[in-house]
Write a new protein. Structure first.
Length: 616
């Protein structure tokens, strides 16, 4: 079951009056329910108190539910009064669904009051592909009132009507010898049905917390004509996304005209602002806050793409609740996707994600700048915070300026203070990404090395190696080409040629690390990992033979004495830990070229993806 927190309902602070007393509400010896005086025996009191303690254990989650209740209870109370059902039954909706409209149980019961489809239809609700009134608080609450009244018809006892809500009237009739018809006093013992005791726990836990108006109020809009939610949003000057949040029962966007339907209209403060109230932990006093901006859609000036994902820029005075509302997403998702809690202060100008961050960045490394922490780096690169901790073997969010963080794979155990091979990414807040930059900044043979070893074209080409490597003669190809054959590379620059021979294998010696081997042989650490199918957690062992080239790229027939040019087009299969950046670096092409060749719109790649690469 996917549990979503309804946005706009969570306060900035997470403390309610019960946190001021530093203990949860206590279960009394006697309490009132639906006009019946209940005497709670000690054994039952202990059981109910455990449930009360569990319900109030997390101030954050308790506050979320309490705010939902204060928003929806006025509608439920009005309907119950019209249907002549005790308003105490309103606490049952918290027990059934926590007031989440699209909650689904393992038995496929749906909505606020957790009706199965056949029961909902029997109670007069419409359930089909267009409309599911089980997710409409007004329609479902009226259906629940009818169902509770139907059960009470058999018992004339609201406690047993409550029990029948869960197990059915027939089952209660079989299990209860004396239904105590019309009883005004009853005992609650350890033998009382668990569902009843669970309900009493919800009543005790929330009764004081839900008094007073909610921070967001809802009005009803009744329509019996065919119209869309977009039309209703326009009529009421509402953001369409927020209207849909409170009307998930409309599944096809169009409200039909077969009867009157109740549409829920969220009521923001004056001027289109949401007026939040802050509960102070010290006094419990409610202080109004007018900070915020009108709810609207994300526009180009307030959105930035990071790691291929859309973000929304926080404005002056905005809260996470308001940001989620402006983005048109659930608050719970917004908090989860940005690795923050409701109590975290939103930072002006900071980008916040409106989709889940990725598991890997588009760059391999990041050099920590002064003032940065792991969360900031997570937001800069669009990488999940838990992934960054795992990649860098960290417990918290603290990092050291100058430290190099790994963004796409787990750092080897012995590489904590060692600079990796390859470019380090330092994100400047006022700069944009250079799409045309070639990630292969370190050539196999740098210009200086070429100038030191070149020979004039007229002179014979010599291969300065101790042992023979090539058994045939290399023939010079076209100008300005790099032609590879086995382990030799021929480079022409300004009509000057040189040949450098590279090792293709390396035998690991005691004390060597992947980093030292990579640096010695002028290859990337992640290249070694990919070419040899290594597991970074297992490391390497003395005597192990490592490939120093990608065997998939060597396609020349070694028996052909002629120089064979690389194919103009290759298909590269993405391996574990590889990113678009590392693939581009491997083949000496730009990220933009890779994206253009493969029709990609962001930096994301998955294991097994086939990438088209055109050799230059």
């Amino acid at each position: 079951m996917k549990v979503e927190n309804v946005f706009w309902l969570v306060v900035i602070g997470i403390s309610l009056s019960f946190t001021v007393t530093a203990q949860p509400p206590q279960v009394p010896h006697k309490m009132q329910f639906a006009g019946i005086t209940l005497t709670i025996r000690d054994d039952a009191r202990r059981e109910i108190q455990k449930d009360v303690d569990a319900l109030t254990l997390s101030p954050k989650h308790f506050t979320i539910k309490a705010e939902r209740a204060k928003t929806y209870f006025p509608i439920i109370e009005k309907i119950f009064e019209e249907e002549h059902v005790p308003v105490d039954f309103k606490y049952l909706v918290l027990q059934e669904s926590a007031l989440i409209p699209d909650a689904v149980s393992p038995s496929n019961a749906v909505g606020f009051w957790q009706f199965k489809d056949f029961t909902a239809i029997e109670m007069g609700l419409r359930v089909d592909k267009q409309i599911d009134e089980r997710m409409n608080i007004a329609s479902a609450s009226r259906g629940a009132a009818k169902y509770i009244k139907k059960n009470n018809f058999y018992f004339n006892n609201w406690v047993y009507a409550l029990q029948a809500y869960q197990m059915g009237a027939g089952a209660v009739l079989k299990s209860v010898k004396d239904s105590e018809s019309g009883a005004s006093h009853m005992e609650i013992t350890s033998n009382t049905y668990w569902y009843v005791k669970k309900f009493l726990a919800h009543k005790v836990a929330f009764e004081d917390a839900v008094s007073g108006p909610g921070q967001l109020q809802i009005s009803t809009y009744i329509t019996s004509t065919k119209k869309s939610l977009a039309d209703i949003a326009t009529e009421n000057s509402l953001d369409e996304a927020s209207l849909r949040t409170y009307n998930k029962w409309v599944k096809s966007d169009i409200i039909p005209d077969d009867r009157a339907y109740v549409v829920l209209i969220p009521k923001p403060g004056d001027g289109g602002e949401i007026k939040l109230h802050v509960y102070t932990a010290s006094t419990g006093v409610v202080k109004p806050s007018t900070a915020g901006t009108p709810i609207n859609r994300i526009n180009a000036s307030q959105a930035v793409k990071i790691n291929g994902l859309v973000t929304i820029i926080a404005l002056e005075g905005e809260t996470s609740t308001q940001l989620a509302a402006r983005a048109g997403i659930e608050l719970s998702d917004f908090l989860l996707w940005n690795d923050i809690s409701i109590s975290d202060q939103v930072k002006k100008g900071q980008p916040y994600f409106v989709r889940k961050k990725r598991a890997r960045a588009s760059e391999a490394y990041h050099k920590v700048m002064p003032g940065e922490d792991l969360w900031m780096i997570s937001q800069q690169h669009g990488v999940q915070l838990k992934k960054l901790r795992r990649y860098n073997r960290l417990e918290g969010n603290t990092v050291t300026p100058g430290e190099t963080l790994w963004l796409t794979a787990k750092r080897p155990k012995d590489a904590r203070n060692i600079e990796p091979v390859g470019e380090l990414v330092e994100v400047e807040h006022d700069e944009t990404f250079n799409w045309t930059a070639n990630p292969q900044s370190e050539s196999v043979i740098v210009e200086k090395k070429v100038e030191e070893t070149v020979a004039q074209v007229e002179k014979p080409v010599e291969i300065p190696v101790a042992a023979p490597v090539l058994q045939d003669t290399l023939k010079i190809g076209k100008p300005e080409e790099v032609i590879s054959k086995n382990n030799a590379e021929l480079i022409q620059k300004d009509s000057v040629f040189s040949i450098t021979v590279k090792k293709t294998q390396h035998i690991v010696q005691a004390g060597e690390t992947l980093y030292s081997i990579a640096k010695q042989n002028e290859v990337g650490v992640m290249d070694l990992v990919n070419w040899n199918g290594l597991n970074l957690q297992e490391g390497i062992k003395p005597g192990q033979v490592l490939k120093l080239v990608d065997s998939q790229v060597v396609t020349a027939d070694t028996k052909d004495p002629e120089v064979v040019q690389q194919p103009k087009e290759i298909i590269h299969e993405v391996k574990s830990t590889e990113t678009l950046y590392s693939v581009a670096r491997k083949y000496g092409v730009t990220i933009k070229e890779l994206m253009d060749w493969n029709g990609k719109k962001d930096f994301s790649v998955s294991v097994g993806d086939k990438l088209r690469i055109i050799r230059k």
